[in-house]
Ligand binder design. Structure first.
Ligand SMILES: *Cc1c(COP(=O)(O)O)cnc(C)c1O
Length: 389
């Protein structure tokens, strides 16, 4: 069929530009030393930042939940899929975030799609940071609202855009940002963003995929990091259960009326089977482990410090130790792939990231560290990388 041969040439063209991606198969859990396509490798590629995906308490909670709630939830939440374990998780998530209420989705990506698509309405306006996660952008597009992106972290530009929208009489303005940018590791300037949202009567959506469990004294996220103690009325948080919480699933946290609105209007919520109980239970137990065993976050922070200092010393910086994401920017796609293969020959896997995930010319290795990495493993990656050429 002509269709398939056209797709084939598209793939060949991507191959020629060093842009074709291929799946690799992991034969182990997502731990520091993995077996990947038959080869044992020390990996710095995971978002299982606290190592909780294999924590005995988290695994046991998930097993017990499979026995109690079944392996699948059997229906969408509004039909019969909303089980006691979901209600309990929503309660704990809301408390952890300091929000009035929370709603659990079957994935973080669905939470973003389902939240953004249901917020502004067709006559609204969404502003997104250029480096926002793709699912925020896709959700905004699905809403039918006007969608504009501002240059990364350029709040002056954002303020000018918001002012123009208000002057044009646009009633509903949504600003959506990542709490931690997934490929760069920098933070959203929450206090300034809240100030802008309040000034222009906008809703601020913050995607906490890489900050939940990581930022703040106790890992509660971006609000705790900035020591904001009372819930800002204009704020909506989205996030995932699949990174530091070691499970799968997503959530939105905010006001009770927001959550009620999503239950009634969010297609990503209404038309998806509810998260399986074992996933909900794993995330719930992970949240408890984070409260009761602060050593995991402490160890992660120690590892971040070692890498930030080591990488900066080797010329791969400046890098800071605030998040476990370290971008090693090399520029062209082939340079990123070459560095990835050089490390792979040394037995280390750090993934090359290319367009469209990052802008062309800013290809990089995205090195992420977890609490499960040991001192010798950190030393090994620094030695293998060596000084930046
Ligand atoms: C991973 C990620 C998501 C999607 O979450 P899933 O649970 O994997 O679907 C959303 N936003 C950001 C910033 C992410 O990194």
């Amino acid at each position: 069929m002509a269709w398939w041969s056209e797709l084939e040439s598209g793939l060949a063209a991507a191959e020629a530009e060093g842009q074709r991606r291929r799946l690799r198969t992991l034969e182990t859990a997502n731990v520091p030393v993995v077996r990947l396509d038959g080869k044992e490798l020390l990996q710095f590629a995971s978002n299982n930042y606290l190592g909780l995906a294999t924590h005995p308490r988290v695994v046991a909670a998930s097993q017990a939940a499979a026995a109690r709630w079944g392996t699948g939830s059997g229906a969408s939440s509004l039909v019969t899929g909303h089980q006691g374990i979901h209600a309990e998780l929503e309660d704990v998530l809301a408390k952890s975030k300091g929000a009035e209420a929370a709603l659990v989705y079957a994935a973080g990506s669905l939470a973003n799609l389902g939240c953004l698509s249901a917020l502004p309405g067709e006559d609204g306006q969404v502003f997104l940071d250029k480096l926002d996660h793709a699912t925020l952008y896709d959700g905004a597009k699905l809403s039918g609202a006007a969608v504009d992106r501002f240059p990364h972290q350029d709040l002056n530009r954002l303020a000018a855009q918001m002012k123009r929208s208000r002057a044009a009489g646009i009633h509903r303005i949504v600003v959506a940002v990542d709490a931690v940018y997934s490929m760069d590791g920098d933070l959203a300037p929450l206090p300034q963003l809240l100030e802008l949202a309040q000034r222009y009567d906008a809703v601020l959506v913050v995607d906490e995929a890489h900050s939940t469990g990581i930022l703040g004294a106790q890992g509660h996220g971006l609000l705790e990091h900035f020591k904001i103690r009372s819930w800002p009325e204009c704020l909506v948080l989205t996030g995932t259960l699949s990174k530091a919480l070691g499970s799968l699933g997503g959530y939105v946290a905010g006001s009770r009326v927001l959550v009620e609105h999503l239950v009634n209007r969010s297609r990503g919520y209404i038309y998806a089977t509810a998260l399986p109980g074992p996933c909900a239970a794993a995330a719930l137990e992970a949240l408890r482990v984070i409260e009761e065993e602060p050593q995991h976050l402490a160890r992660l922070r120690q590892n971040c410090g070692v890498l930030a200092q080591g990488l900066t010393g080797l010329g791969w910086g400046p890098q800071d130790a605030v998040t476990p994401i370290f971008p090693l920017v090399v520029g062209p796609a082939d340079a990123a792939l070459a560095l990835q293969s050089r490390l792979s020959e040394a037995g280390i896997f750090v993934p090359a990231i290319r367009p469209p995930t990052v802008p062309a010319g800013s290809c990089r290795l995205r090195l992420s560290v977890t609490a499960a990495h040991g001192d010798a493993e950190l030393a090994a990656v620094l030695t293998a990388l060596g000084a930046k050429p």
